[in-house]
Design a protein around this ligand. Structure first.
Ligand code: ARG
Length: 461
């Protein structure tokens, strides 16, 4: 591609070292899409005849179909996907192919291709996020009446509906999808026509080319357009945050399936045994997802580090953006998909949850609230209930069963209606504030998510 200036060929080692086609071939669809749009721009600028443009486009379509069918052989000699496709096109159609690179550099070409690629990857990830949200909502709905302990500091705190806990993750995933959408907004300008660094003296209608590729407009600064990758960092960051959420969900699942909690059962299809200990059933999916989150973080840091010392504009270092991007896309998609499948096949151990939530200490705060409603300032109410808890602990009598004499000496105002406080149904019904887990609140949230997710999946959108 640059034989004019060179007398010798690069060494074999250099070819192996410098090639990116072994992984950037993944952008072939976008590369061909971009080239076809560019050919149209060249036609409008009078550089190509209609026949030449036609030859280029049908040649590119042919190559694309061969790549799709696995019939195309990429060559590392030709470095990257861009040169592989262009060289093959020129081989097939002759002089018209050699005109395609007019007013274009691989620098604006690759900057465009990555944006297009991330755009389509975002669609797949958003759909996979919606699928996982649906599995969470289904699991929540199948168990919408189940109450279990909510934890802070991994200590039993207050009763919540199991559905409320699952829907917390649905909220997190919704923000993850939102972050992806936001990041697409800053990918919405097309770099094509920025050339290597300073545009071209052959002036194309960049806005038209951009629009034909579905961009909102053309980038405003050619140096920024070819040298910047902040959109890729933002994308990796969105994926890393989504991974962090999945990792927290993994941790919950790992705890829930342990015999210490025994709240959840995973199907055999998503667990493994031990080669040594016959009784084991391990939550490998959740552990792997938690583990892979490290890669998602690593990929973000890899690119941030690659970028930090780069002078403007394009430097070959930028070729190192692709592997972290592709790896994060593959990793997160795989995690989302397997997690959705695993949760769809999981079952809840209602007895274990009911036993855990029957601990009256979970309603100590409700007791303090009762005193508040009877005029005791909260801090004092808190102290009184704290004393009752200490009394229960030292005597071994459950909080809900403390004798009247103890109540009268520590918190006389709690006497009427004391035992009713420990009814779990009452406790749940009382949590009526927006966002709190009352039975109605949870049913409402379930209905909201079912509607929201079905609209997302609607083919009309
Ligand atoms: N494979 C290269 C990359 O991924 C394409 C751009 C090459 N540009 C250049 N001036 N060598 O960044």
């Amino acid at each position: 591609m640059w034989k004019g200036r060179f007398q010798g060929d690069v060494s074999q080692k250099m070819k192996k070292f410098g090639q990116s086609v072994s992984y950037d071939y993944r952008m072939f669809e976008e590369d061909i899409q971009g080239s076809k749009a560019h050919a149209q721009g060249l036609l409008a600028a009078g550089i190509l005849t209609p026949e030449e443009r036609e030859k280029i486009c049908s040649g590119l379509d042919e190559i694309r179909d061969e790549i799709r069918n696995g019939k195309f052989v990429f060559s590392e000699e030709l470095e990257d996907v861009h040169m592989n496709i262009e060289a093959e096109l020129t081989k097939r159609i002759g002089p018209a192919g050699a005109k395609l690179h007019t007013a274009r550099s691989r620098n604006d070409q690759v900057a465009t291709d990555i944006r297009l690629h991330l755009r389509s990857a975002s669609k797949k990830i958003s759909a996979a996020i919606a699928d996982l949200q649906s599995s969470l909502v289904d699991l929540a709905e199948r168990n919408s009446d189940v109450v279990f302990p909510g934890y802070t500091h991994l200590q039993r705190a207050q009763p919540v509906f199991f559905a409320h806990h699952l829907l917390a993750y649905v909220e997190m995933l919704e923000r993850d999808a939102g972050r992806l959408e936001d990041c697409l907004k800053r990918m919405s300008l097309c770099p094509l026509g920025s050339g290597a660094i300073a545009g071209s003296t052959i002036v194309l209608n960049r806005e038209e080319v951009a629009a034909s590729l579905g961009f909102a407009g053309a980038t405003r600064n050619s140096m920024d357009a070819v040298g910047d990758r902040d959109f890729a960092c933002e994308f990796l960051s969105a994926l890393a945050i989504a991974g962090m959420h999945l990792s927290r969900l993994s941790e919950d699942v790992i705890l829930w399936v342990s015999s210490e909690f025994a709240f959840l059962k995973l199907s055999d299809a998503h667990t493994t045994g031990s080669s040594l200990m016959p009784q084991k059933k391990n939550p490998d999916v959740a552990e792997l997802v938690r583990g892979k989150t490290g890669r998602l973080y690593g990929n973000l840091f890899s690119l941030l580090t690659t970028l930090k010392g780069l002078p403007l504009t394009y430097n070959r270092d930028l070729q190192e953006d692709k592997e972290p991007l592709f790896d994060s896309i593959d990793t997160l998609l795989a995690c989302l998909e397997i997690f959705a499948e695993m949760l769809s096949a999981a079952t809840v151990n209602r007895e274990a949850m009911a036993a855990a939530v029957s601990d009256p200490l979970l309603l100590a705060t409700d007791l303090a609230d009762l005193l508040v409603l009877r005029g005791v300032p909260f801090r004092q109410a808190h102290e009184m209930v704290g004393k009752l808890v200490a009394e229960s602990e030292s005597s071994g009598i459950p909080l809900s069963k403390l004798p009247e004499s103890t109540l009268l000496s520590i918190a006389p105002l709690a006497r009427d209606g004391f035992s009713e406080i420990f009814g779990i149904q009452r406790a749940m019904r009382a949590r009526k504030a927006t966002g709190a887990p009352s039975p109605d609140g949870v049913l409402h949230a379930l209905a909201f998510w079912k509607k929201t997710l079905s609209e997302k999946n609607s083919p009309n959108l």
